[in-house]
Each structure stands twice: as C-alpha cells, then as structure tokens.
Design a protein around this ligand. Structure first.
Ligand SMILES: Nc1ncnc2c1ncn2[C@@H]1O[C@H](COP(=O)(O)OP(=O)(O)OP(=O)(O)O)[C@@H](O)[C@H]1O
Ligand SMILES: O=P(O)(O)OC[C@H]1O[C@H](OP(=O)(O)OP(=O)(O)O)[C@H](O)[C@@H]1O
Ligand SMILES: [Mg+2]
Length: 285
C-alpha cells in the first residue's frame, strides 16, 4: 500500500504547530532528533522534515505529495500549486515598510526607489499590477535592517506583531498579502494517495472546527427558555433536558469561540445559572 509523503518544516516557526496538528489527527510519529524522514506508526504517512523555502519545488516535482507550509512561500515560489486547507496558525502579513521619518508615505512614492526583500516574485508581481517601477535588492534575512544601512529605501517582508518594524524604525505603508499555514498538495497525486489525503483533510477539518468552538452547559429557568435557546446556535439545535428541580431545564449547546463572551453575557442576562464551558477536542459534522 502506498504512503502519503507529507513535508513539514524541519525547524522554525511552523514546526511545532505542524507536528501538533498531525498528532491531533491521530498520526503518531517517532521523531528522532536529526531525522529527516519518519514513518507514522498507525497511518500510511511518511513525514519529511524540510526547509519551508524548499518545499514548493519538492511539491512541483512530486517528491512529496503534500506539505504544511506558509501560504506566503507558496505564493512566492509555488506558481500554480494549490492548497486544500487553511490551518489557522503562523498568521502574518507580507508588507512594504519605509523608515518612519521618510517622506515616502505611499506606494507611489517608491517609484524609482530601491526595495530590499526576500520575496522578489511577490513584490515584482505586486509592483507591476500597481504600475510602480522600483528596483529590488534581494536578501535572505534581516531584511528590516536594509534601510538603516543605506542598502534600500524600503523593505518588503513578513510582519506579525510589528515589533521588528518598530525596533528598526520602520512604518508599514502597504500590505501585499495575508498568510497562514496551509496544507498544500502536489499536482501529481494518484487515486490511492488522494484517498489518504481526503482522510487527512477530513480529520483536520474536525480538529479545526473543534478548536473554533466551545461546548456550553447551563441551567435555565423554564420561563426564559425561549430567549436562552434563541442565543444558542448548537450544531442542529440546543439539547434541552428537564432538571430534577421543578421549573428548570439543563441546556447544552455548541457555540463559536469568537462570539463566546457576547453569548455568555446574553445567557446570564436571561437568567442562566451554573454555566459550564468545555473545550471540544474534535467536531465531526
Ligand atoms: N513573525 C511571524 N509570525 C507569524 N508567522 C511567521 C512569522 N515569521 C514567519 N512566519 C511564517 O512562518 C513561516 C516560516 O518562517 P521561519 O522564519 O520559521 O522560516 P524561514 O526561515 O522563512 O524558512 P526555512 O524553513 O526555509 O528556513 C514563514 O514562511 C511565514 O509563513
Ligand atoms: O512583526 P514581528 O512579530 O516582529 O515578526 C516579523 C519578523 O518575524 C520574522 O523573522 P524571524 O523572527 O522568523 O527571523 P528570520 O528573519 O531569521 O526568519 C520576519 O522575517 C520578520 O522579521
Ligand atoms: Mg523567519
């Protein structure tokens, strides 16, 4: 039986969350130190530990079948490579920034200027679309230092918290794209491997839905049940069970994590008591 070869970043910002998601979908890997390849014990998967920046080429060549990779790198080096799932971690932007006291305040001010970047293809495409003619200076790291040492007028690099820009006295003037870790796939996948990928994708979706939701249990006075139920979406609708105490019910439901506090405050305002909130490990619809 064939195995699906999945690439993950060997070390760096994506590694830990990538290994965690594989673990959460039930793929156990014996991860020996300095091992570049490992087989899962309980699933037809082989994991390859590679540099994030090298992964697009391996996908194109069919050397690996799938990969957990930053979307920004896929855009820069992936040409027509597709991804099948956004994974919700390593969120960042790719932005253009200039010294904060510079008179350049918008993209058009960079006409005829020099931009340092590790993302030349992304920047070239963007500048062309925007009709800006700037020169690129390609460097692999510490891009934010370039304007301070007279290497360039501006930079284009990853921005997350913004602290690297701040520390180097830079201001963001344009966001080219937003990125997060994605599950990318090789265009060369046979049916057997596609079936393994489908199973992995289904499991990942169950884990991600679980992470985005909370399970809520509460006691509700029966005369307020209608209002309380109206606040709770549930998977189909909330479960309502009578309590031993007359006039009260127990209500169970699933709520989206990002609306959590609003819903809880609404429940309390409608007389809900003993509200319990539990994490959901996996959610299979
Ligand atoms: N500060 C950040 N906050 C959030 N995500 C980030 C940040 N920096 C990088 N990323 C994301 O994580 C990915 C990996 O970044 P990291 O710095 O670990 O590796 P790298 O040096 O770009 O790659 P390689 O594995 O090729 O050495 C980036 O491509 C981007 O998608
Ligand atoms: O907005 P911030 O939260 O400051 O994050 C942005 C910084 O993070 C990344 O660098 P990293 O720390 O990965 O170092 P690297 O350049 O060696 O990859 C990126 O290249 C930026 O420099
Ligand atoms: Mg980095």
């Amino acid at each position: 039986m064939s195995k699906l070869r999945i690439a993950v970043q060997k070390s760096g910002r994506l590694n830990e969350d990538s290994m965690q998601i594989l673990k959460d979908i039930g793929i156990s890997i014996d991860n020996g130190k300095d091992q570049l390849k490992a087989s899962a014990r309980n699933f037809p998967v082989e994991v390859f530990y590679l540099r994030n920046g090298d992964i697009p080429q391996y996908l194109k060549d069919g050397v690996v079948d799938a990969a957990i990779i930053g979307e920004n790198v896929l855009i820069e080096k992936g040409n027509d490579l597709k991804f099948v799932e956004r994974l919700g971690f390593s969120k960042c932007k790719v932005s253009i920034a200039v010294p904060k006291d510079s008179k350049d305040n918008s993209l058009k001010d960079l006409n005829g200027k020099k931009i340092a970047t590790s993302y030349p293809e992304t920047v070239k495409k963007f500048l062309k679309e925007q009709n800006i003619d700037a020169q690129l200076h390609i460097i692999n790291g510490s891009v934010e230092i370039a304007p301070n040492i007279g290497l360039a007028d501006g930079i284009c690099d990853i921005v997350s918290s913004g602290s690297t820009l701040f520390k180097n006295g830079l201001k963001e003037i344009e966001v080219l794209l937003k990125s997060e870790a994605v599950l990318a796939v090789s265009p060369i996948l046979n049916d057997e491997k596609q079936a393994i990928l489908d199973t992995i994708q289904f499991r990942i979706q169950s884990v991600l839905k679980g992470r985005d939701s909370k399970y809520v249990l509460l006691n509700a006075p029966n005369d307020k049940l209608e209002d309380i139920i109206a606040l709770l979406p549930g998977m189909k609708s909330p479960t309502v069970l009578p309590l031993a105490q007359e006039g009260w019910s127990s209500v169970h439901s699933v709520i989206p994590k990002n609306d959590f506090w609003n819903i809880i405050e609404g429940l309390k305002a409608n007389g809900a008591q003993g509200i319990l909130v539990c994490p959901i490990e996996k959610m299979v619809l």
